[in-house]
Design a protein around this ligand. Structure first.
Ligand code: NAI
Ligand code: 13P
Length: 330
Protein backbone atom coordinates (compact mmCIF):
# COMPACT_ATOMS: atom_id res chain seq x y z
CA UNK A 1 0.00 0.00 0.00
CA UNK A 2 1.27 3.50 -0.77
CA UNK A 3 0.97 5.89 2.18
CA UNK A 4 1.71 9.62 2.04
CA UNK A 5 2.57 11.25 5.35
CA UNK A 6 2.17 15.02 5.37
CA UNK A 7 4.31 16.88 7.92
CA UNK A 8 7.80 15.79 8.93
CA UNK A 9 7.83 16.86 12.56
CA UNK A 10 8.42 14.34 15.33
CA UNK A 11 5.03 12.72 14.85
CA UNK A 12 4.82 12.65 11.06
CA UNK A 13 8.32 11.19 10.88
CA UNK A 14 7.45 8.57 13.49
CA UNK A 15 4.24 7.49 11.78
CA UNK A 16 6.01 7.35 8.42
CA UNK A 17 8.70 5.17 9.95
CA UNK A 18 6.10 2.81 11.45
CA UNK A 19 4.48 2.49 8.00
CA UNK A 20 7.78 2.00 6.16
CA UNK A 21 8.94 -0.63 8.63
CA UNK A 22 5.67 -2.47 8.13
CA UNK A 23 6.54 -2.68 4.44
CA UNK A 24 4.26 0.02 3.04
CA UNK A 25 5.55 2.15 0.21
CA UNK A 26 5.78 5.31 2.37
CA UNK A 27 6.63 8.84 1.39
CA UNK A 28 7.04 11.70 3.85
CA UNK A 29 6.23 15.24 2.71
CA UNK A 30 7.87 18.28 4.26
CA UNK A 31 8.00 21.89 3.11
CA UNK A 32 11.66 22.10 4.21
CA UNK A 33 14.14 21.28 1.41
CA UNK A 34 17.19 20.94 3.67
CA UNK A 35 15.37 18.54 5.95
CA UNK A 36 14.19 16.40 3.05
CA UNK A 37 17.67 16.06 1.56
CA UNK A 38 19.20 15.25 4.94
CA UNK A 39 16.46 12.74 5.69
CA UNK A 40 17.00 10.97 2.36
CA UNK A 41 20.78 11.02 2.79
CA UNK A 42 21.19 10.21 6.49
CA UNK A 43 17.92 8.38 7.29
CA UNK A 44 17.49 10.48 10.39
CA UNK A 45 15.37 13.52 11.25
CA UNK A 46 17.99 15.13 13.44
CA UNK A 47 15.95 18.28 14.07
CA UNK A 48 12.68 16.76 15.30
CA UNK A 49 13.55 13.16 16.11
CA UNK A 50 17.27 12.99 16.87
CA UNK A 51 18.95 9.65 17.46
CA UNK A 52 16.27 7.55 15.75
CA UNK A 53 17.47 5.51 12.77
CA UNK A 54 14.76 5.62 10.12
CA UNK A 55 13.94 2.75 7.82
CA UNK A 56 16.05 3.20 4.68
CA UNK A 57 12.97 2.44 2.57
CA UNK A 58 11.37 5.66 3.85
CA UNK A 59 11.79 8.52 1.39
CA UNK A 60 10.99 12.20 1.82
CA UNK A 61 9.96 14.87 -0.66
CA UNK A 62 8.87 18.50 -0.89
CA UNK A 63 6.85 17.73 -4.00
CA UNK A 64 3.22 17.26 -3.07
CA UNK A 65 2.28 15.92 -6.51
CA UNK A 66 4.93 13.21 -6.14
CA UNK A 67 3.85 12.39 -2.58
CA UNK A 68 0.17 12.14 -3.56
CA UNK A 69 0.59 10.07 -6.70
CA UNK A 70 -1.25 6.76 -6.19
CA UNK A 71 -1.34 7.21 -2.40
CA UNK A 72 -4.09 5.16 -0.80
CA UNK A 73 -3.89 6.76 2.64
CA UNK A 74 -2.92 10.34 3.53
CA UNK A 75 -1.67 10.67 7.10
CA UNK A 76 -1.73 14.31 8.23
CA UNK A 77 0.60 15.38 11.01
CA UNK A 78 0.95 19.12 10.51
CA UNK A 79 0.25 21.27 13.62
CA UNK A 80 -3.45 22.12 13.87
CA UNK A 81 -3.05 25.83 13.15
CA UNK A 82 -1.32 25.03 9.82
CA UNK A 83 -3.44 22.08 8.73
CA UNK A 84 -5.80 24.21 6.62
CA UNK A 85 -2.92 25.96 4.83
CA UNK A 86 -1.13 22.68 4.09
CA UNK A 87 -4.36 21.13 2.78
CA UNK A 88 -5.12 24.11 0.58
CA UNK A 89 -1.63 23.80 -0.91
CA UNK A 90 -2.15 20.19 -1.86
CA UNK A 91 -5.84 19.93 -2.72
CA UNK A 92 -5.13 20.02 -6.46
CA UNK A 93 -2.97 16.89 -6.15
CA UNK A 94 -5.43 14.78 -4.17
CA UNK A 95 -7.60 12.11 -5.78
CA UNK A 96 -11.36 12.00 -5.45
CA UNK A 97 -12.53 10.37 -2.19
CA UNK A 98 -9.10 10.38 -0.51
CA UNK A 99 -8.65 8.63 2.83
CA UNK A 100 -7.44 11.33 5.22
CA UNK A 101 -6.15 10.09 8.58
CA UNK A 102 -5.53 13.08 10.79
CA UNK A 103 -3.03 12.82 13.64
CA UNK A 104 -2.91 16.49 14.67
CA UNK A 105 -4.27 17.35 18.09
CA UNK A 106 -5.77 20.78 18.17
CA UNK A 107 -8.61 23.13 17.31
CA UNK A 108 -8.23 25.82 14.71
CA UNK A 109 -8.15 29.17 16.45
CA UNK A 110 -9.51 31.34 13.64
CA UNK A 111 -12.65 29.19 13.11
CA UNK A 112 -12.93 27.03 16.27
CA UNK A 113 -13.14 24.03 13.96
CA UNK A 114 -11.96 20.54 14.83
CA UNK A 115 -9.65 18.80 12.38
CA UNK A 116 -12.51 16.86 10.73
CA UNK A 117 -14.36 20.13 10.16
CA UNK A 118 -11.25 21.69 8.61
CA UNK A 119 -10.92 18.66 6.32
CA UNK A 120 -14.56 19.01 5.30
CA UNK A 121 -14.17 22.72 4.75
CA UNK A 122 -11.09 22.45 2.54
CA UNK A 123 -11.54 19.08 0.86
CA UNK A 124 -15.34 18.77 0.92
CA UNK A 125 -15.68 18.68 -2.87
CA UNK A 126 -13.45 15.59 -3.00
CA UNK A 127 -15.78 13.81 -0.55
CA UNK A 128 -12.93 12.57 1.67
CA UNK A 129 -13.12 9.60 4.01
CA UNK A 130 -11.98 10.98 7.36
CA UNK A 131 -10.38 9.21 10.32
CA UNK A 132 -8.66 10.55 13.43
CA UNK A 133 -5.73 8.76 15.06
CA UNK A 134 -5.06 9.78 18.65
CA UNK A 135 -4.04 8.40 22.01
CA UNK A 136 -1.13 8.22 24.47
CA UNK A 137 1.83 8.13 22.11
CA UNK A 138 5.03 10.10 22.59
CA UNK A 139 6.82 10.05 19.23
CA UNK A 140 10.16 9.11 20.72
CA UNK A 141 8.73 6.06 22.52
CA UNK A 142 6.82 4.87 19.45
CA UNK A 143 10.04 5.23 17.45
CA UNK A 144 11.86 3.04 19.95
CA UNK A 145 9.16 0.31 19.70
CA UNK A 146 7.89 0.88 23.23
CA UNK A 147 4.44 -0.77 23.34
CA UNK A 148 1.86 1.90 22.46
CA UNK A 149 -1.92 1.82 22.06
CA UNK A 150 -4.03 4.45 20.32
CA UNK A 151 -7.54 4.90 18.94
CA UNK A 152 -8.67 5.42 15.38
CA UNK A 153 -12.03 7.17 15.04
CA UNK A 154 -13.82 6.71 11.73
CA UNK A 155 -17.55 7.12 11.09
CA UNK A 156 -17.43 4.25 8.59
CA UNK A 157 -16.82 1.22 10.80
CA UNK A 158 -15.58 -1.06 8.02
CA UNK A 159 -13.19 1.51 6.60
CA UNK A 160 -11.93 2.33 10.12
CA UNK A 161 -11.06 -1.32 10.68
CA UNK A 162 -9.29 -1.52 7.33
CA UNK A 163 -7.16 1.53 8.17
CA UNK A 164 -6.49 0.06 11.62
CA UNK A 165 -5.28 -3.17 10.07
CA UNK A 166 -3.07 -1.29 7.62
CA UNK A 167 -1.35 0.83 10.29
CA UNK A 168 -1.15 -1.48 13.35
CA UNK A 169 2.08 -3.27 14.21
CA UNK A 170 3.16 -5.53 17.04
CA UNK A 171 4.40 -2.43 18.91
CA UNK A 172 1.73 0.05 17.79
CA UNK A 173 -1.73 -1.30 18.55
CA UNK A 174 -4.75 0.55 17.23
CA UNK A 175 -8.30 0.27 18.54
CA UNK A 176 -11.28 1.58 16.57
CA UNK A 177 -14.43 3.53 17.28
CA UNK A 178 -16.95 5.29 15.06
CA UNK A 179 -16.90 8.34 17.37
CA UNK A 180 -14.23 10.30 15.47
CA UNK A 181 -15.52 13.52 17.00
CA UNK A 182 -14.81 12.24 20.52
CA UNK A 183 -11.34 11.06 19.45
CA UNK A 184 -10.35 14.40 17.94
CA UNK A 185 -11.76 16.42 20.84
CA UNK A 186 -10.01 14.28 23.45
CA UNK A 187 -6.67 14.71 21.67
CA UNK A 188 -7.09 18.47 21.47
CA UNK A 189 -8.43 18.98 24.98
CA UNK A 190 -5.84 16.94 26.86
CA UNK A 191 -3.21 19.49 25.86
CA UNK A 192 -5.03 22.21 27.81
CA UNK A 193 -5.07 20.13 30.96
CA UNK A 194 -1.44 19.07 30.43
CA UNK A 195 -0.42 22.73 30.60
CA UNK A 196 -2.51 23.18 33.76
CA UNK A 197 -0.97 20.08 35.37
CA UNK A 198 2.50 21.33 34.44
CA UNK A 199 1.75 24.64 36.13
CA UNK A 200 0.62 22.85 39.30
CA UNK A 201 3.84 20.82 39.34
CA UNK A 202 5.91 23.92 38.58
CA UNK A 203 4.35 25.47 41.68
CA UNK A 204 5.38 22.32 43.61
CA UNK A 205 1.78 21.48 44.46
CA UNK A 206 2.41 17.75 44.22
CA UNK A 207 0.35 14.65 43.63
CA UNK A 208 -3.07 15.62 45.03
CA UNK A 209 -3.34 18.65 42.77
CA UNK A 210 -2.16 16.71 39.70
CA UNK A 211 -4.74 13.95 40.31
CA UNK A 212 -7.44 16.57 40.80
CA UNK A 213 -6.57 18.28 37.52
CA UNK A 214 -6.59 15.02 35.58
CA UNK A 215 -9.96 13.99 37.02
CA UNK A 216 -11.72 17.36 36.80
CA UNK A 217 -10.03 17.93 33.44
CA UNK A 218 -11.64 14.73 32.19
CA UNK A 219 -15.02 16.10 33.33
CA UNK A 220 -14.44 19.29 31.35
CA UNK A 221 -13.28 17.34 28.30
CA UNK A 222 -16.39 15.20 28.42
CA UNK A 223 -18.73 18.16 29.01
CA UNK A 224 -17.41 20.02 25.99
CA UNK A 225 -17.28 16.88 23.88
CA UNK A 226 -20.88 15.87 24.57
CA UNK A 227 -22.00 19.44 23.77
CA UNK A 228 -20.27 19.03 20.41
CA UNK A 229 -21.88 15.68 19.61
CA UNK A 230 -19.27 13.22 20.91
CA UNK A 231 -20.08 10.20 23.06
CA UNK A 232 -19.19 10.50 26.74
CA UNK A 233 -17.68 7.00 26.90
CA UNK A 234 -15.07 7.86 24.27
CA UNK A 235 -13.38 10.15 26.79
CA UNK A 236 -12.85 7.19 29.16
CA UNK A 237 -10.69 5.54 26.50
CA UNK A 238 -7.16 5.88 25.14
CA UNK A 239 -7.79 9.10 23.22
CA UNK A 240 -9.35 10.73 26.29
CA UNK A 241 -8.24 9.56 29.71
CA UNK A 242 -5.26 7.66 28.29
CA UNK A 243 -3.67 10.67 26.63
CA UNK A 244 -4.67 12.92 29.51
CA UNK A 245 -2.76 10.76 31.99
CA UNK A 246 0.25 10.52 29.67
CA UNK A 247 0.64 14.22 29.02
CA UNK A 248 -0.23 15.37 32.54
CA UNK A 249 2.41 13.09 34.06
CA UNK A 250 5.04 12.47 31.37
CA UNK A 251 7.86 14.99 31.20
CA UNK A 252 8.27 14.34 27.45
CA UNK A 253 5.05 16.32 26.90
CA UNK A 254 5.74 19.74 25.39
CA UNK A 255 2.45 21.02 26.77
CA UNK A 256 3.32 19.88 30.27
CA UNK A 257 6.76 21.49 29.87
CA UNK A 258 5.17 24.83 28.96
CA UNK A 259 3.09 24.59 32.13
CA UNK A 260 6.05 23.61 34.30
CA UNK A 261 7.95 26.70 33.23
CA UNK A 262 4.97 29.01 33.74
CA UNK A 263 4.56 27.54 37.22
CA UNK A 264 8.19 28.36 37.90
CA UNK A 265 7.55 31.97 37.01
CA UNK A 266 8.59 32.28 33.36
CA UNK A 267 6.61 34.23 30.76
CA UNK A 268 4.77 32.38 27.99
CA UNK A 269 6.33 34.45 25.23
CA UNK A 270 9.85 33.58 26.43
CA UNK A 271 9.03 29.89 26.73
CA UNK A 272 7.51 29.67 23.24
CA UNK A 273 10.41 31.62 21.78
CA UNK A 274 12.80 28.87 22.86
CA UNK A 275 10.75 25.89 21.66
CA UNK A 276 11.56 24.16 18.39
CA UNK A 277 8.37 22.08 18.53
CA UNK A 278 4.71 22.86 18.75
CA UNK A 279 2.76 22.94 22.05
CA UNK A 280 -0.76 22.72 20.64
CA UNK A 281 -2.48 23.45 23.96
CA UNK A 282 -1.48 27.12 23.95
CA UNK A 283 -3.68 28.01 20.95
CA UNK A 284 -6.25 25.32 21.71
CA UNK A 285 -6.88 26.89 25.13
CA UNK A 286 -7.86 30.10 23.38
CA UNK A 287 -10.02 28.30 20.81
CA UNK A 288 -11.78 26.15 23.41
CA UNK A 289 -12.32 29.09 25.74
CA UNK A 290 -14.17 30.96 22.96
CA UNK A 291 -16.03 27.82 21.89
CA UNK A 292 -17.20 27.18 25.47
CA UNK A 293 -18.53 30.73 25.72
CA UNK A 294 -20.39 30.37 22.42
CA UNK A 295 -21.91 27.07 23.58
CA UNK A 296 -22.53 28.17 27.17
CA UNK A 297 -20.48 25.26 28.56
CA UNK A 298 -18.81 25.75 31.95
CA UNK A 299 -15.07 24.87 31.81
CA UNK A 300 -13.50 26.33 34.97
CA UNK A 301 -9.95 24.95 34.57
CA UNK A 302 -9.81 26.04 30.93
CA UNK A 303 -11.13 29.46 31.83
CA UNK A 304 -8.54 29.99 34.59
CA UNK A 305 -5.75 28.71 32.35
CA UNK A 306 -6.88 31.10 29.63
CA UNK A 307 -6.49 34.00 32.05
CA UNK A 308 -3.03 32.80 33.08
CA UNK A 309 -1.86 32.44 29.48
CA UNK A 310 -3.49 35.49 27.95
CA UNK A 311 -4.37 37.92 30.74
CA UNK A 312 -1.28 37.68 32.90
CA UNK A 313 -3.17 36.24 35.85
CA UNK A 314 -0.91 34.71 38.48
CA UNK A 315 -1.12 30.90 38.55
CA UNK A 316 -1.52 30.95 42.34
CA UNK A 317 -4.48 33.31 42.04
CA UNK A 318 -6.02 31.05 39.38
CA UNK A 319 -5.71 28.02 41.68
CA UNK A 320 -7.15 29.99 44.61
CA UNK A 321 -10.18 30.91 42.49
CA UNK A 322 -10.68 27.32 41.35
CA UNK A 323 -10.57 26.13 44.97
CA UNK A 324 -13.07 28.71 46.26
CA UNK A 325 -15.78 28.32 43.63
CA UNK A 326 -19.24 27.45 44.96
CA UNK A 327 -19.21 23.97 46.47
CA UNK A 328 -21.18 21.41 44.49
CA UNK A 329 -21.95 17.73 43.90
CA UNK A 330 -19.41 15.73 41.92
N1 NAI B 1 5.22 14.59 18.98
C1 NAI B 1 4.36 13.70 19.49
O1 NAI B 1 4.73 12.89 20.33
C2 NAI B 1 2.96 13.68 19.00
C3 NAI B 1 2.41 14.74 18.29
N2 NAI B 1 1.11 14.69 17.89
C4 NAI B 1 0.50 15.78 17.16
O2 NAI B 1 1.03 15.82 15.84
C5 NAI B 1 1.02 17.16 15.35
C6 NAI B 1 2.41 17.50 14.86
O3 NAI B 1 3.24 17.43 15.99
P1 NAI B 1 4.81 17.20 15.90
O4 NAI B 1 5.17 16.39 14.74
O5 NAI B 1 5.23 16.72 17.23
O6 NAI B 1 5.29 18.70 15.68
P2 NAI B 1 6.77 19.26 15.51
O7 NAI B 1 6.79 20.55 16.22
O8 NAI B 1 7.76 18.20 15.83
O9 NAI B 1 6.86 19.53 13.93
C7 NAI B 1 5.97 20.36 13.28
C8 NAI B 1 6.05 20.05 11.79
O10 NAI B 1 5.06 20.80 11.11
C9 NAI B 1 5.68 21.49 10.03
N3 NAI B 1 4.95 22.71 9.76
C10 NAI B 1 4.87 23.81 10.54
N4 NAI B 1 4.16 24.74 9.89
C11 NAI B 1 3.77 24.19 8.71
C12 NAI B 1 3.02 24.68 7.58
N5 NAI B 1 2.53 25.89 7.56
N6 NAI B 1 2.84 23.85 6.53
C13 NAI B 1 3.36 22.63 6.54
N7 NAI B 1 4.09 22.13 7.55
C14 NAI B 1 4.30 22.91 8.62
C15 NAI B 1 7.09 21.74 10.50
O11 NAI B 1 7.93 21.98 9.41
C16 NAI B 1 7.39 20.41 11.19
O12 NAI B 1 7.74 19.47 10.23
C17 NAI B 1 0.57 18.03 16.51
O13 NAI B 1 -0.80 18.32 16.34
C18 NAI B 1 0.78 17.16 17.73
O14 NAI B 1 -0.13 17.46 18.77
C19 NAI B 1 0.34 13.61 18.13
C20 NAI B 1 0.84 12.53 18.82
C21 NAI B 1 2.17 12.49 19.31
O1 13P C 1 0.16 14.05 22.17
C1 13P C 1 1.20 13.64 22.61
C2 13P C 1 1.37 12.27 23.11
O2 13P C 1 0.20 11.52 22.99
C3 13P C 1 2.38 14.54 22.67
O3 13P C 1 2.14 15.47 23.67
P1 13P C 1 2.83 16.91 23.61
O4 13P C 1 2.35 17.56 22.35
O5 13P C 1 2.38 17.61 24.85
O6 13P C 1 4.30 16.68 23.60
Amino acid sequence: MKIAVIGAGAWGTTLANVCARKGHDTILWSRQHDMVSRLNREHENSWYLPGIALDPRLTATTDMAHASENAEIFLWAVPAQFTRQAMENCVEHLPSRPIIVCASKGIELSTHMTMSQVVDDVLGDLRPHYAMLSGPSFADEVSRDIPTTVTLGCADEKRGRAIRDALSTEHFRIYTTTDYRGVELGGAFKNIIAIAAGIADGLDFGSNARAALITRGLTEMSRLGVALGARAETFQGLSGLGDLVLTCTGDASRNRQVGLQIGRGRKLVDILGEMRSVAEGVKTTEAVHSLAMELGVDLPITSELHQVLYEDKSPRQAVAELMTRDLRDE
